[in-house]
Design a protein around this ligand. Structure first.
Ligand code: AMP
Length: 288
């Protein structure tokens, strides 16, 4: 690709499917303002020298390695399946699923070795073949694009390797997962060989700062000075909290950043320790 340093950088994102909406939300939060009309294949981002390309999730790895796009958002399962030299810059925390090997409920199979000699239908043939080869189990992969779970019923295959999140689709189709092949979620990717580009780095910083912020909450509270040590011990981690004197001299305001998973446990304990007026706020972006 002949592209020039003044050209906008290109970010390829899924144009439909499960990753479309959460990816658009992430980009908006990171400051990429755009409106997408139904048929637009790309949109420029006002004032940012960035162009967003809307493409199929399965094409994104190739667009990134071909240099058509500088960055991409797609599933880790598709990165593995592409086999390309791709760098995962950040896991984005949505689109979580696993690639699992499953068999019909009636079958007695319960371990990987039971797959020996079977026909395995999948839309991830490379990953599937590699997985079974690594375990020394010989299978025949049958590549299918969609509706993989009906393959055993149609006698196209004996087993499947497919993406599962809740497991309900497999269950509805009378299938039982036996073993996990890989864990996946959406990721921000680029070609490992791509030249350094400040505008790309800047876009990466803005996107990853949103992902980091989603894992944290900003917690503010008032507390008697005498309770500060006890409260500080309850909110370790990120940084020393800010302690701000209040007009009422016996009281201080305490500000801190807390892991989102810790908030549930920590807040009641802060109250017990004497904190009052506790506010838990979302953080938009977090740059360390
Ligand atoms: P799609 O919605 O078919 O365009 O799926 C694109 C990507 O979404 C997949 O390659 C996965 O990375 C991701 N994904 C997340 N959860 C699931 C799921 N339960 N089934 C299929 N894909 C999923």
């Amino acid at each position: 690709m002949n592209r020039y340093s003044t050209d906008p950088i290109r970010l390829a994102v899924p144009n439909k499917g499960r990753l479309e909406e959460p990816t658009a939300r992430l980009l908006h939060q990171a400051g990429f303002r755009f409106e997408r009309t139904e048929r637009a294949l790309s949109v420029p981002i006002r004032g940012r020298n960035v162009e967003i390309l809307f493409v199929r999730a399965d094409d994104i790895c190739e667009l990134v390695t071909d240099g058509v796009a500088d960055l991409g958002v797609t599933g880790l399962d598709l990165v593995a399946e592409s086999g390309a030299d791709i760098e995962v810059l950040a896991e984005l925390g949505f689109g979580r699923c696993r690639l699992a090997a499953a068999v019909p409920n009636a079958s007695s199979m319960s371990s990987i070795s039971d797959f020996a000699g079977l026909r395995v239908a999948t839309s991830h043939p490379r990953t599937t073949a590699q997985f079974f080869a690594d375990k020394g189990v010989e299978v025949t992969t049958v590549e299918l694009r969609g509706s993989i779970e009906v393959a055993p019923k149609l006698d196209v295959a004996d087993a499947i390797v497919d993406l599962v999140s809740s497991g309900s689709t497999m269950m509805l189709n009378g299938l039982r997962p036996v073993v996990d092949v890989l864990e996946s979620q959406a990721a921000l990717i680029r070609d490992r060989q791509a030249a350094v580009h400040p505008a790309v780095d800047q876009a990466v910083t803005m996107i990853t700062s949103v992902v980091a912020a989603r894992r944290k909450k900003y917690v503010l509270m008032n507390a008697p000075r005498t309770a500060v040590d006890q409260i500080q011990a309850l909110i370790p981690g990120f940084d020393a909290p800010s302690i701000v004197p209040l007009a009422e001299s016996e009281m201080v305001a305490i500000h801190s950043v807390v892991d989102v998973d810790a908030v549930w446990d920590v807040v009641p304990r802060l109250k017990e320790a004497g904190a009052s007026g506790i506010l838990v706020l979302p953080i938009e972006q977090l740059l360390l």
